[in-house]
Design a protein around this ligand. Sequence first.
Ligand code: NDP
Length: 259
Amino acid sequence: MGGLRVRSVLVTGANRGIGLGLVRHLLGLPNPPEWVFAACRDPKGQRAQELQNLASKHPNLVIVPLEVTEPASIKAAAASVGERLKNSGLNLLINNAGISHYKSFDSNTQEDMAQVYATNTIGPLLLSQAFLPLLKKAAQGSPGSGLSCSKAAIINMSSYAGSIQDIYLWEYGQAISYRCSKAALNMLTKCQSLGYREHGILCAAFHPGWVQTDMGSSAEMKPPVTVDESVGGMLKVISSLSEKDTGTFLDWEGKVLPW
Ligand code: NDP
């Protein structure tokens, strides 16, 4: 396997956790992308310090301000990425930003549901709409008729917690709003795969594993998977995806998961 070769990629929620890991691994590839767009909501803030350090060493890393719950912010991000890319498109959009509330039925509020849904489900929808012209351009500019992530793709960072058939880690937390938002994200991924196939864009949902990040560690148990293991695994799987994989739900090791 030759590894992932993409000209341009955008990762949301790139300042910490899995998003930051993705950026690090992309920059460290034998053939790194010409452009890595690392989107985060506060590029100059303390929580983006590691991203700023990386950007000072890698001229192909561009930090893009992005609040995924604000349509104006999403439009501005798409416009600035388009300007950088000039006449070429965006090959890979990774909708990684997400939040969770570990609440039970009794304590789950209307605000929790709305906020988690806005971030985890509506955000990826609006991002795919705003970046569609750039993804289409990338697909049109790539030779060959099949689908692949080197050509044009949307990867939605979902969670096994969103699987309806195989309820994952229920004993560790009900996380109702989170589970519902990821189940809806899975449906969105399937719809995107059907709607965007004709434009040459592959769409897939991923479960990154139970990973040692702020979110993964918030259930007071040490998660079994490191960020490096998760991200290394996902990039390997992403590099191997083809036509047959669009509209699927996969884990970081490439296993097909039940919806
Ligand atoms: P973290 O909590 O460590 O990081 C979340 C990232 O999302 C941060 O960069 C955060 O930015 C960003 N973010 C949150 N809300 C917004 C917003 N409104 N606009 C822009 N950025 C936002 O999470 P992980 O790295 O663990 O998770 C990444 C993805 O993987 C999520 O979608 C999560 O659901 C999924 N996942 C994670 C698992 C795990 O075990 N860790 C398991 C299954 C799925 P900021 O610093 O500004 O808050």
